[in-house]
Design a protein around this ligand. Sequence first.
Ligand code: SF4
Ligand code: SF4
Length: 445
Amino acid sequence: MDGSQPEKTQTAKEAGWRQSRYNLSAQLPGTNKTVIVNLFRGTCAVYSPVELYLLHELPTLDETHPIIERFSKRGLIVNFDELEALKLYGHTASAGLRPVSLTICPTMACNFDCPYCYENHSTGKMSQAVQDDVVALARRMLHTFPAKLLKITWFGGEPLLAPDVIEQLSQQLITLASEQGAAYQAQIITNGYLLTQPLADLLHRCKVRSAQITLDGIGSAHDATRHLADGRPTFQRIACNLRQLNLPFTTILRQNVHQDNINQVEPLKQWVRKLAEESGNRLYYYPAPLHQTTTSHPCSTPAKLLHRSASIHVSLQKDVESFAKGRGHYCGANLLSELCVDQQGRLHKCQTDVDKPQQSFGTAAKWDPASPIQTADNPDRLTCYINALPFNQPQCLSCIWLPACAGGCPNTTLFQGKPNCLPYKDVPEQYVMALYKHMQQSVKI
Ligand code: SF4
Ligand code: SF4
């Protein structure tokens, strides 16, 4: 004995530990266990009654109790303010080392006439002068941020109506990325109707590694909302393309789910799985619920929006797939390094704004991210999106879903005047169980 006193320890509470404000829980049916999801850290795990007891007794536990390290690794308990951390993530998202991401519309023309489309579909394609401006813009952006990755999304209109623009611009952008020491990655959003083997091969040469094609159902269910401008059906031809072509990229088959095609979710999912097996193509199903729609076409009829229970069901299916830790901003519209360029070289923060000159904030010819306000023609159209973070909305600040939701789509908040809440906001147990089942299937739990 050296006579010295044993070192005095504090309780966990005295040491600053408390339960996370972003824990959601649900009883695991048929057991005495509890599933707890932490939305800030992005964890989901099962806890025994003893662990649950220790979590509730946290304030009185000794700070050296071994469960503290385990809980804190999973984000169940914290010794800092997570809301302030989310604010920091959100406010500094544009300042970090991020990819430069450009959505480029080689043409705004389209061969389809979908009733829920929000575009005007002007004619023509991107001129050589605008293409040169786009490359110069990409150079300025890579230089300013400086980014290690240049990401391009080909969008429209229907981008395959202008494959020559895709080919020419890709060559220049790939060379530019290589000169600047950045990797290059591309994807395309197409309706899939014009896809042929030579075009698929061209896209592969242009380093397109994934494609998104919308199928709103099987056969006539698809044709009801995805028809040619003259009304003719499109399903058979797209299905043929997916079956017969050798697609050298991953293809996401997106269903815009509305009330009239909700019954297609399961059949289409199975159809895609079978077609992937039969064709050898990498095809994946992705449901995108239509909660609201903005349509600018004078003859168009908005799709019937999903009823609440259907909206919850489809949104849960989609969102558990992309479960991740909280990030403080919602989408690329909040970031200075992500832009959309339409065929005239006008710049927009959000894909739904392309082809609407009044909603553009500047031009590829002039805008420079090093002087983002001075070189913008309409700085307010830029700043409104960049600053559309959830921290100005009192209901978001106190909302348990904030890390996962980040205030919802900024476009909706800005132009419909209210945050676009998660459809399953009021049924957290359903979310917890859907996530648990998904993680089990993915062997992550
Ligand atoms: S603001 Fe909304 S509509 Fe626009 S890109 Fe973001 S999520 Fe999409
Ligand atoms: S938009 Fe709604 S669900 Fe999302 S954080 Fe804000 S209040 Fe919560």
